[in-house]
Design a protein around this ligand. Structure first.
Ligand code: NAD
Length: 335
């Protein structure tokens, strides 16, 4: 049956894809963001697009009035490593996103939203469990005792607790996903807010034959990456599951950052080298310490599988190939 759905932060990467999918399934979709989507035309991905600052209580209340079956809260002051881990934006990242979540959760209760999805992050996990690149621990219950390595992670942890408190005291029906590095086309690919996969692919695209691409850190740090289409399937499965504690949504295929850079180079078909930049050399060039984050991070999907009865699929290489073609076309258009 078609539902009335709101996607907050739908002018962004994951929210835009999610709104498009929900609309294509026949639902009525309202998107709210402080900016228009950079790539999708309104009719392509929603029925109504409202520009508004969700950190403002009156706006949050207004946009959630209208009997919503589902609200997806993805709005956040967000970026890649440079934006989130350099420390240069901590005050804005924490205050903007916390205000958004406080006003959204109150508005959701006031207007009787039936189910609310909150996008948390793998950045909530404690630094001390992610020192070994080959053996990080990101099981859901390892989040406490808490010691995220970024203010972004602390805000997400606070907001998870906020939604859970409103579940406890006001009966709000929530779903909370801890996303691990979602990537794909129609996302930020330049300008400092892009994440590692887009940055590597762009560098490979722009690099001349025989040149080299810069990779931050010594390249041994590990992560896992989930293609956007696989992420959307996982969100749907979680929304349908009868479980409202935080759950990982990510790939379990751990890969070093240098190995990912090598795949980007391979896809480009060029003869390109990799230059790792870290320590003093990095700081001298950029004016802030190298923002590599924790040494290892990987999704752990046992709880997801148990609660949803489904598995998260992921094929890094084909996702990177598709994203490469899209960034290449964007890069050519911007010349
Ligand atoms: P994104 O930056 O593309 O999307 C976030 C959107 O929120 C943007 O369009 C932005 O304009 C909007 N926004 C920011 N402040 C707002 C405000 N005050 N009012 C209204 N809209 C506002 O980021 P994304 O990659 O699509 O991430 C979506 C969510 O998933 C975020 O909450 C992010 O923290 C979380 N997440 C993403 C990843 C990932 O790998 N992309 C990983 C972990 C968590």
């Amino acid at each position: 049956m078609p539902k009335r759905v709101a996607v907050l932060g739908g002018g962004g990467f994951i929210g835009g894809h999610l709104a498009k999918r929900l609309k294509s399934q026949g639902n009525w979709v309202r998107v709210v963001d402080i900016k228009f989507h950079s790539y999708f035309e309104k009719d392509e991905f929603c029925d109504e697009f409202l520009i508004g600052d969700l950190a403002d209580p009156a706006t949050a209340s207004e946009v959630l009035s209208g009997s919503f079956d589902e609200v997806y809260q993805l709005a956040a002051d967000m970026g890649g490593a440079e934006y989130l881990f350099s420390g240069l934006n901590d005050a804005n990242v924490m205050s903007s996103s916390a205000l958004i979540n406080i006003h959204v959760v109150k508005a959701a209760v006031k207007h009787g939203v039936k189910k609310l999805f909150f996008s948390s992050s793998a950045c909530v996990y404690p630094e001390f469990n992610q020192m070994d690149p080959l053996n990080p621990n990101c099981e859901e219950d390892s989040a406490y005792p808490a010691q995220p390595d970024s203010e972004y992670g602390w805000e997400k942890l606070f907001s998870e607790r906020l939604y859970l408190a409103f579940r406890k005291n006001y009966g709000l029906n929530v779903r909370i996903a801890r996303f691990h590095n979602i990537f794909g086309p129609f996302g930020t690919w330049s300008g400092g807010k892009e994440k590692a996969p887009a940055a590597m692919l762009r560098k490979a695209i722009e690099c001349e034959e025989g040149g080299e691409i810069e990779v931050w850190g010594d390249g041994s740090q590990t992560r896992s990456f989930l293609f956007i289409e696989d992420c959307l399937l996982a969100i749907e499965a979680l929304m349908e599951a009868d479980f409202s504690d935080p759950v990982n949504i990510g790939s379990e295929n751990l890969i070093s950052i240098n190995s990912m850079a090598e795949i980007a180079v391979q896809i480009s078909g060029k003869n390109i080298g990799i230059k790792n930049l870290c320590g003093q050399e990095f700081e001298t060039k950029y004016g802030f310490p190298c923002p590599i984050g924790v040494m290892g991070r990987n999704s752990h999907n046992k709880l997801f599988e148990e609660k949803t009865g489904s598995k998260i699929q992921s094929d890094l290489e084909s996702g990177l190939k598709e994203t490469y073609q899209w960034i290449k076309s964007q890069s050519e258009q911007s010349k």
